[in-house]
Design a protein around this ligand. Structure first.
Ligand SMILES: *Cc1c(COP(=O)(O)O)cnc(C)c1O
Length: 394
């Protein structure tokens, strides 16, 4: 899986890394085949013995998946990786393939809802425990590392609290204690932040969000060091969370426009966050590149831009939150994010509804919290709809 070419710049790698192909087609074709033909008995033996590279069966690898992974590795600065059927397959496989019964995970408290379910409900069935720590208390991290701690798992910026964690500090902590640092980089995308640069051993993605960017497919990826991905690949090959070649093709095409899309998502998100700050119906607006964000300086150091998601709290709490969503005329009320279309979500009643009330409050999901994934419509039209819905919800 050696990339054909690697260029100096993000945009060029995202567009020009392509698989070698037999025909002269300009766009990569979709390899809709479940298996690949061996030239002879010796080639089949050597491929199964991992003596020579090559595609055998699409559950193991496929040219479309390989192209997507090669691009993602170039964009994240990682050695190797696999594509998965969803972001959650990536999160689960990155943990299940490397952890054993008796191991312990140290995790940031503010995590995607299903990741929280994996840590609190599923992994304990196999004797894998966890401790949650707060980003506001760095000392708590080191003191909670146990002799059996094998992995640190974080999300930055987190969904939907938009907490930002210092990856340079965490990379050093992980090295010092010889534990695997696994970073869910979904909100930042490889364009805004590269955790591997700071020493993350694994970078996990839900490609469903900004990487697809157009609300069409579910997908994910696990990227990291050759050594760890070898184990991850073994687990995935035999358990089958592989991505469909069709979805891999879509996601590889999507990466070609990731840089320009993220520039606009972030530019509009910052403009909207800034304008909302003055609104008398809102108690707090949170966005990593606003001076009022608790980790603002860190965000500016660590991220190229502030990301595409803005959150705010309506003064009237849950009732005003409901009225706001019902008053929207253009924004979509849906559970996804990272789309060309601007999306408003009410995390307390949807994505994080499985959490207990105290758990939600502990990660900043207040009853009136609205999450807006700022899309690529004209910023004035996005702002106008948000403003009229706030007005109507008063
Ligand atoms: C959506 C999301 C996931 C899960 O990804 P799917 O593709 O929906 O399985 C994981 N982590 C974060 C931060 C997400 O936003």
């Amino acid at each position: 899986m050696e990339p054909l070419h690697q260029f100096d710049n993000f945009e060029t790698n995202a567009i020009r890394i392509q698989n070698e192909r037999g025909e002269r087609e300009h766009s990569t074709p979709i390899y809709f085949t479940s298996s690949f033909v061996f030239e002879d008995a010796e080639q089949a033996r050597a491929m199964f013995a991992d003596e020579i590279p090559g595609n055998i069966y699409t559950r193991f690898s496929n040219p479309n998946n390989n192209e997507l992974v090669e691009k993602l590795c170039a964009l994240e600065g990682t050695e190797d990786g696999i594509a998965t059927a969803s972001g959650m397959a990536a999160m689960f496989v990155s943990m299940a393939s490397l952890l054993r019964s008796g191991d312990h995970v140290l995790a940031s408290r503010s995590l995607f809802g299903s990741t929280h379910q994996i840590l609190t409900v599923l992994l304990p069935r196999w004797g894998i425990t966890h401790t949650y720590v707060d980003i506001t208390n760095p000392d708590e991290w080191e003191s909670n590392i146990q002799p059996n701690t094998k992995m640190i798992f974080v999300e930055t910026p987190s969904n939907p609290a938009l907490d930002v964690i210092d990856l340079e500090w965490l990379g050093k902590l992980a090295r010092k204690h010889n534990v695997i640092l696994n970073v869910d980089n979904c909100f930042a995308t490889p364009y805004l932040q590269n955790p591997a640069k700071y020493g993350a051993h694994l970078v996990t993605h839900s490609a469903t969000k900004f990487i697809d960017g157009q609300g069409r497919t579910i997908g994910g990826a696990i990227l990291g060091t050759k050594e760890l991905i070898k184990e991850v690949r073994f687990f995935a090959r035999h358990t089958g969370p592989s991505l469909s070649p069709f979805n891999a093709w879509i996601l590889s095409k999507s990466l070609e426009t990731l840089a320009v899309r993220m520039e606009r998502h972030c530019q509009s998100a910052l403009a909207i966050a800034t304008r909302l700050q003055g609104n008398p119906s809102i108690t707090t607006v949170k966005y990593p590149f606003l001076a009022s964000h608790p980790q603002h300086d860190l965000a500016r150091r660590q991220m190229r831009l502030g990301g595409g998601v803005v959150t705010f709290e309506l003064k009237g709490g849950i009732e005003q939150g409901r009225k706001f969503l019902n008053a929207l005329q253009m924004l979509s009320h849906t559970a996804n994010l990272g789309d060309t279309r601007t999306i408003a979500t009410h995390p307390a009643s949807t994505t994080h509804s499985k959490l207990k009330e105290e758990e939600r409050m502990a990660v900043g999901i207040t009853p009136g919290l609205i999450r807006v994934s700022v899309g690529l419509e004209h910023v004035d039209d996005i702002f106008r709809d948000i403003e009229q819905a706030i007005e109507a919800s008063r």
